[in-house]
Design a protein around this ligand. Structure first.
Ligand code: ZN
Ligand code: ZN
Ligand code: FE
Length: 751
């Protein structure tokens, strides 16, 4: 006997082929009724037996379309009998309210790929092929609900053939909003810069092979590209971007090519192939396949597969396995999305541009992930991930968290969800600051978000602190490492007090010193700084971040006298200056873990100047990977830990070992072994005193895989449960999420 049911489904289910999926399921199970979008998601009104209903619900939960993220599925029984002759898709209800979601941009799917390279298919070599499982989403949307008319596809009128597919529920392009074909879709152009000579795709072969530098309009902004094996071309890009050392990401033609170049685990492979299509940090296996100028001696580089049909086409024509692929901007500046700006800014570098006339409405950078302990961790959240919200068990409605200064992201709360933005960049540059404002405005409009409470970092000089006080609404400052801690708690929906090991470069402490090697006990309301690295002078302030010699002198100063220092480093250009500064003792003090790594890298001769964040830490890790020593610096472990972790003693041991001629690889390994043991023994002590057993690991230093794995192992051996990041970065890209939660709890206390 048939009854009438209403099934309500929430989640990311608009614009991903969800209604046709329901339509075909309903036919399969002989269910009659209708499916439509409403304010909360998708609703099915149907008539069927209880058995059919249960099959349908199971199938919805288990076999959703690839790009859908299904939230709740709830079933109500309707008393009034309704007769449905058939199963139909009803048009979207225009009325909508609080539950707008927008799918992130999705990499080209396998089916579209096959069609694209099938000479008999009508979309053969179509640079904008897509379907309900793939293609641009967030980047082309101007308004919600998601519909072609409010995307940058609106200006392209559908041809008859495309329209038929668009309107046919049985077609896999039913309501694929960016649908198009070679006849009716956006147009590509390939031109030389600056003289605008017209090229054909086939010219890419000669251009790229002759070391020419391309600009290609990607999903979220223009990108710079060239043959990854051509050292001279790569060097030109380095010079232009003012990027002397940091490895470049590459795009590879195929997974097979990536397997030849890098070691790829199962998890890494899954990430490369995922609809998000991120850059995955991989260990080089055969570095000779690309120019040494790509990696600059780093053992890991970022690798991605082509994510758009245009990228596939570029590979198809230039017939190379690897292309450098980097965002088309100079260091620190935001992405470029307009042709005019591209010509102005990139003109001096770029030889030719693969452009098209589909506008990018919301700029978004590529995402970066890495796999640690078999877990995928997002370390830059952008295309493919944002703007999917992060579910919380804290009510964060109406709060804006502005994040930090570096790797900025912001977060806005709606109900128990955090809309954590894509990567914005380093604030303090006019254009990046503007990008932050524009992105906040875009999120507000698209997701109908609003806020009356703003959270910022305590640092008085951060741009976000200034923005917060300029908004004219209630605002609070949150300590940097407390925010890191809370962001990891939030990911795991923890609300009780936890112990946090928070290691990063720098964050403003509540005592005016710069923190960064901290063990705190905290919930989402308050924190207690229980333990921290020994503080040393950050000689000359911020300059010490780029010049590790300054930090090394500050550490050495604790156990060497002037004679000894002069014998060692008297030749150094800055010796007298730094030594003088150390004497008059006015430098800000720091417990930074990043500066500890800088010091070790400098002492072992691994680095002299730092050009990008985390550089020294990466070198120490890579060096340590060459040793499997399990030794520790016993003398350091014997120094009792009260409130201070004896990091100066640790540096002393490193220094002594180095003086005795031990290999840097061994020293780095023993340094890391000792550091993780110091941290864990501090946690054990705190655990004993507080009976807390949950430990969160956060802060950018945890991108170090050896340290993370060691801490995880040792903590679980000691009976603790250890929580790490995966959805938001452990670096400053994650702190907006923590700020949001702390803000919510503190607002709750005030009200
Ligand atoms: Zn597709
Ligand atoms: Zn068409
Ligand atoms: Fe930080």
């Amino acid at each position: 006997m048939a009854s009438h049911y209403q099934i309500c489904i929430t989640g990311i289910i608009q614009g991903v082929g969800f209604r046709p999926f329901i339509w075909s399921l309903a036919r399969q199970y002989n269910v009659t009724g209708t499916v439509y979008n409403n304010s909360d998601g998708v609703v099915i009104d149907c008539s069927c037996t209880a058995a059919q209903l249960s099959d349908l619900v199971q199938a919805i939960k288990n076999n959703g379309p690839p790009a859908a993220v299904i939230g709740d599925v709830t079933v109500h029984t309707r008393p009034e009998p309704v007769f449905f002759p058939d199963f139909t898709i009803s048009p979207s209800l225009r009325h909508y309210s609080a539950s707008i979601y927008i799918s992130p941009d999705l990499a080209l799917c396998a089916t579209c790929y096959t069609e694209m390279f099938d000479p008999d298919h009508r979309r053969y070599l179509h640079p904008f092929i897509n379907c309900t499982a793939c293609g641009p989403r967030y980047s082309i949307i101007k308004d919600t609900p998601y519909d072609r008319a409010v995307t940058s596809m609106a200006s392209f009128a559908l041809c008859k053939a495309c329209e038929d597919e668009y309107l046919d529920p049985a077609d896999r392009r039913f309501h694929a909003e960016p649908i198009s074909c070679l006849g009716c879709g956006p147009r590509c152009s390939i031109t030389s810069l600056p003289d605008d000579r017209l090229y054909h795709f086939a010219d890419c072969l000669t251009l790229v092979r002759n070391g020419k530098i391309a600009c290609i309009k990607g999903i979220g902004g223009y990108q710079i590209s060239c043959d990854a094996a051509n050292g001279a071309a790569v060097e030109r890009v380095r010079q232009f971007k003012n990027r002397p050392d940091k490895p470049f990401a590459i795009m590879a033609r195929s997974l097979t090519d990536i397997h030849a170049l890098c070691h790829v685990s199962r998890e890494e492979e899954a990430s490369l192939l995922s609809p998000a299509g991120p850059i995955v940090l991989l260990r080089l296996q055969d570095p000779a396949l690309v120019s040494a100028a790509i990696s600059r001696g780093n053992k890991r580089i970022g690798v991605m597969l082509p994510t758009t049909p245009l990228h596939h086409l570029f590979f198809h024509y230039c017939a190379l396995p690897f292309l450098l692929m980097t965002s088309g901007n100079r260091g620190g500046e935001p992405l470029i999305t307009s042709r005019k700006k591209m010509v102005e800014n990139l003109g001096p570098l770029v030889d030719f541009c693969i452009d098209h006339d589909r506008d990018i409405h919301n700029p978004i950078d590529d995402s970066v992930v890495m796999v640690q302990s078999r877990q995928v961790r997002v370390i830059r959240r952008g295309r493919g991930y944002a703007p999917t919200p992060i579910p919380l068990n804290v009510q964060v409605h109406g709060i804006l968290a502005l994040g930090g200064q570096q790797k900025n992201t912001f977060a806005i709360g709606r109900g128990c969800e955090a809309f954590v933005s894509h990567h914005i960049g380093t604030l303090g540059y006019l254009e990046t600051n503007e990008f932050l404002h524009e992105s906040i405005a875009a999120y507000r409009a698209l997701f109908q978000l609003d806020y009356d409470y703003v959270v910022h970092d305590l640092h008085p000089d951060y741009v976000t602190t200034q923005i917060a006080s300029s908004l004219g609404i209630k605002h609070i400052g949150v300590q940097h490492h407390h925010a890191h801690h809370a962001s990891c708690m939030a990911e795991h929906q923890l609300t009780e007090q936890c112990i946090g090991i928070i290691l990063d470069g720098s964050g403003y402490g509540d005592d005016g010193t710069i923190w960064g090697g901290e063990i705190i006990v905290a919930d989402m309301v308050e924190y207690d700084r229980v333990c921290h690295f020994e503080t040393v002078a950050m000689v000359g302030g911020e300059k010490a971040v780029k010049q590790p010699f300054r930090m090394a002198m500050a550490y050495l100063h604790h156990f060497l006298d002037e004679e000894e220092l002069r014998t060692l480093y008297g030749e150094h250009d800055d010796f007298n200056l730094i030594h003088g500064l150390l004497q008059n003792d006015k430098s800000v003090m720091t417990s930074s873990c990043g500066r500890l790594f800088d010091t070790v890298a400098f002492l072992l001769g691994l680095i002299d100047r730092i050009s990008f964040e985390g550089q020294a830490a990466i070198l120490v890790e890579q060096c340590a990977e060459e040793s499997s020593s399990e030794e520790v610096y016993g003398r350091v472990l014997q120094v009792g830990i009260d409130r201070v972790i004896p990091t100066v003693s640790l540096v002393r041991e490193v220094f002594r070992d180095w003086q005795q001629g031990r290999k840097p690889a061994q020293i780095c390994r023993i340094f890391l072994n000792t550091l993780s043991r110091l941290l864990v023994s501090a946690v054990v002590k705190i655990g004993g005193a507080t009976s807390l057993s949950k430990v969160v690991l956060s802060g950018g230093v945890f991108q170090n895989s050896i340290l993370t794995a060691d801490c995880q192992t040792l903590l679980s051996q000691a009976g603790f449960t250890c929580y790490t990041h995966s959805k938001v970065p452990c670096n400053d890209g994650g702190i907006a999420l923590g700020q949001l939660c702390i803000g919510a709890m503190q607002r709750g206390l005030i009200e």
